[in-house]
Design a protein around this ligand. Structure first.
Ligand SMILES: [Mn+2]
Length: 323
C-alpha cells in the first residue's frame, strides 16, 4: 500500500500573515510580573486578533501559548475559547506547551484544539497553501524539537514561509544551536522561542526573523529597553511591518531594577539581608523568582545556615510548583 502525500489545503482571501510571538498565558503572574497578568495577556491577545481581523491577516502564534502546559484553570481555558473562537488562530507547539517534552491529551493546548478554536501546528512540514493578495504562499511549520527542513519543494508557490520555535543562532544570542543558513526553497523563517527581538538576518535567499515575545517576563535591563511587537507580513512589496503591542511602562509591571542589582553585597552585613527580605515581601512574585535571585545574590551555598535557608526555599517554592 502506498501512502498518498499529505493533502495541503488551499485557503484564500487573506491579505497577510500576523506573526505573534510567545504569549505565555498564565493565571498567575510568571517571573517577576506584579500586574494582573492574566488580564494583561488576554488583552494583548485580543489586540493581536483584532488587528489581524482588521488587516485581513491570518493570525499565527509562534509557540508557547501557555506558560505552563497543564493545570491552567478552566476559567482561563473558557476565556481563551471565547477569545479565539471568532478568529481561530493557528498555533505552533512550543516547549512550554508540552508536558515532559510531549504534547499529550492532558495539556491545555489539546483542550483548545479539541474545542476547535485553534488550528494546531504540531507536525513538522508543509501545513497549507494559502492565497494571500493573489499570491500563492506555502506555509510550513517546525514545532519545538523538530527539524527545520534543509530544502523545500516550492510547488510553484510565489512565497514559502516557515514558522519555527528553535534556539536559532542569531548574533549575540548565546543559547543559539541552529545555524542560520540559506534553505533552498524557503524565503522567510519566522521564529518564536527567543523572547528578545533580533535584527532580521539574510542568508542567501532566506530571511530569518525573530520578532520576540508580545509580553515581557524576565526582569532585566534588556527587557526594560524593549517594546513588544507583532509582525505583519504581506506579499505586496513584500512588506514586513512591526506593530507595537500596547504595554505599560516597565516600572509599573516589574519591581524596581536597582543600578547595582546582581552585585554581591557584604556577606557580613546581616541587617542588609533582613532589609532585603522585607523588600521582597513587598514585591512577592508567585513563582518565587524574586526570592531565588535574592538568595543567590546573598547566600554562598557552603555555609551551614545558608544550606538550611536553601532547603526551606526548595520546600516552599519548588514543591509547590512540581515542575
Ligand atoms: Mn517562550
Amino acid at each position: 500500500m502506498t501512502a498518498d502525500p499529505p493533502m495541503v489545503p488551499v485557503i484564500d482571501d487573506y491579505a497577510g500573515l500576523l506573526l505573534i510571538g510567545d504569549p505565555h498565558v498564565m493565571a498567575t503572574p510568571p517571573g517577576h510580573r506584579l500586574d494582573d497578568y492574566c488580564r494583561t495577556i488576554r488583552g494583548k491577545l485580543q489586540f493581536c486578533l483584532e488587528l489581524a481581523r482588521d488587516r485581513r491577516a491570518l493570525p499565527i502564534i509562534l509557540g508557547d501559548l501557555f506558560h505552563v502546559p497543564r493545570d491552567n484553570p478552566n476559567a482561563l481555558l473558557v476565556d481563551l475559547m471565547e477569545l479565539f473562537r471568532p478568529h481561530r488562530p493557528w498555533v505552533l507547539v512550543g516547549n512550554h506547551d508540552k508536558y515532559e517534552a510531549r504534547l499529550t491529551r492532558d495539556v491545555s493546548l489539546s483542550v483548545l484544539d479539541a474545542a476547535g478554536v485553534i488550528r494546531l501546528l504540531d507536525q513538522p512540514g508543509p501545513v497549507a497553501e494559502l492565497v494571500i493578495a493573489d499570491r500563492r504562499v506555502l506555509l510550513g511549520a517546525a514545532p519545538d524539537w523538530t527539524e527545520i527542513p534543509t530544502v523545500v519543494d516550492r510547488n510553484g508557490c510565489d512565497w514559502v514561509i516557515w514558522v519555527s520555535h528553535h534556539n536559532l543562532s542569531f548574533p549575540d544570542y548565546e543559547a543559539g544551536r541552529v545555524k542560520l543558513r540559506e534553505i533552498p526553497g524557503i524565503d522567510l523563517v519566522v521564529n518564536g522561542h527567543i523572547h528578545t527581538p533580533k535584527p532580521p538576518q539574510q542568508r542567501g535567499r532566506t530571511l530569518w526573523l525573530n520578532p520576540g515575545s508580545i509580553v515581557r517576563i524576565s526582569r532585566s535591563r534588556i527587557t526594560r529597553a524593549l517594546a513588544p511587537v507583532v509582525t505583519l507580513w504581506t506579499p505586496v512589496g513584500p512588506a514586513l511591518e512591526s506593530i507595537e503591542v500596547p504595554h505599560r511602562p516597565f516600572d509599573e509591571v516589574f519591581p524596581p531594577l536597582a543600578e547595582d542589582e546582581g552585585e554581591s553585597g557584604s556577606a557580613a552585613d546581616q541587617s542588609l539581608f533582613i532589609k532585603g527580605l522585607e523588600n521582597l515581601s513587598l514585591r512577592r512574585s508567585s513563582e518565587g523568582i524574586g526570592l531565588k535571585s535574592f538568595l543567590e545574590d546573598n547566600l554562598t551555598q557552603d555555609d551551614a545556615v545558608d544550606g538550611i535557608i536553601w532547603d526551606l526555599y526548595r520546600e516552599v517554592v519548588e514543591r509547590g510548583q512540581e515542575k
